[in-house]
Unconditional design. Structure first.
Lengths: 185, 178
């Protein structure tokens, strides 16, 4: 089974505590319709599991298939560098049909970021290396399309509906519980 | 934007996953000399494996053009081409589809590597590599990394509904350097 080769670190964009029982890593593409479909499902999982779940997002733009995926990923990284990653991530998925320069600038403005600085970052390819590093790390981990999820480091080789992901996450929580019981016994 | 109805991603994987495997795969194993072949890369161009001696070759057998999971696998490899290029490796996709079908598929997915037509006699090359599904009339989802001397260095047969990704290929290419 494919495993996550690049461990989650403080450099990752994560929602949730680092000591959460389960870490869900998503490799996604802002232009991928299936990632768009997965976006509310991940939110639903976060609501369902609360502090027991940490969610990490990494870039996996399929550039040939999705011409706006790379620029969207770089825009999210730009926002991330200023503490607004998840806000931009959410807005990009919520406006997936309109990806492109004018949307990025409008979103930057909405988030109180400088549109001019965003243009500069995109033109100077400031975040290209970061996005490529995510992509290549994903390839090494066996990411085979988008979205690909890893649950506590193991690739989730099944559909990504809530009804499939939630039990898989619950199962990943079980061994940890058993260990706790043993310790207290 | 990838058209959703074509199912070029893994969202439509589920319906294929239920299909039972037709037979236990018995693909060629590492150490064996890779059988040579000459197949159409386009309607008027033929490519021989032996013509690529001197550099590593990745053979990616896949079941069919335009089938939901394959589109995904070939599209992924298309994105990973710069990584394969670092090893000077040539990627060849092979299925039993004809060259016109391959051409349409490659255009639709913007693929930048050859798709070979194992079309007539149908599946002859897949059979040589032990990667033919007789019951289904298509090839397995089988990967081979062939070294510069034409010997199989690594092979892997994935369950037909599971896109194997590119990690195994890259690890095999790395080992060739050692």
């Amino acid at each position: 089974m494919a495993t996550l080769k690049v461990p989650v670190t403080a450099d990752d964009y994560a929602q949730g505590k680092s000591n959460a029982a389960v870490t869900l890593v998503e490799y996604g593409d802002y232009e991928c319709p299936h990632c768009g479909h997965a976006y509310p499902i991940v939110k639903q999982l976060q609501e369902h599991f609360g502090s027991k779940l940490r969610v990490v997002y990494r870039n996996f733009p399929l550039r040939e298939m999705h011409p706006n995926a790379e620029s969207a990923a770089e825009s999210a990284e730009f926002a991330g560098a200023q503490g607004k990653f998840w806000e931009m991530h959410d807005l990009l998925f919520e406006n997936q049909e309109q990806l492109g320069g004018s949307l990025y600038l409008a979103l930057a403005k909405t988030l109180g970021l400088s549109p001019a600085a965003l243009v500069k970052a995109l033109e100077s390819e400031e975040y290209v290396e970061k996005v490529s590093a995510d992509f290549n790390g994903g390839v090494r981990s066996g990411v085979n399309g988008t979205p690909t999820f890893f649950i506590n480091g193991l690739r989730h080789d099944a559909p990504f509906d809530f009804d499939v992901l939630a039990p898989a996450i619950e199962q990943a929580m079980r061994p940890a519980k058993k260990t706790q019981r043993k310790k207290s016994a | 934007m990838a058209p959703k109805k074509k199912g070029s991603h893994k969202g439509s994987r589920r319906k294929m996953a239920r299909k039972p495997q037709a037979q236990k795969p018995g693909i060629l194993q590492p150490g064996v000399e890779a059988p040579n072949f000459s197949l159409h890369a386009t309607s008027d161009q033929v490519l021989s494996l032996n013509s690529l001696r001197g550099r590593p070759v990745i053979l990616a057998f896949y079941p069919a053009d335009f089938s939901p999971v394959c589109g995904d696998q070939m599209a992924l490899y298309n994105e990973v081409l710069p990584e394969f290029a670092k090893f000077n490796a040539e990627l060849l996709g092979i299925s039993v589809d004809g060259s016109w079908c391959h051409q349409a598929f490659a255009e639709a997915r913007h693929l930048h590597f050859p798709l070979l037509a194992d079309f007539e006699p149908k599946g002859a090359v897949a059979r040589k590599y032990g990667a033919y599904r007789h019951a289904d009339g298509i090839s397995e989802r089988a990967l081979f990394v062939i070294d510069k001397n034409g010997r199989i260095a690594w092979s892997y047969c994935s369950p037909i509904a599971v896109n194997p990704g590119a990690d195994g290929i890259l690890e095999a290419l790395e080992k060739l350097l050692k």
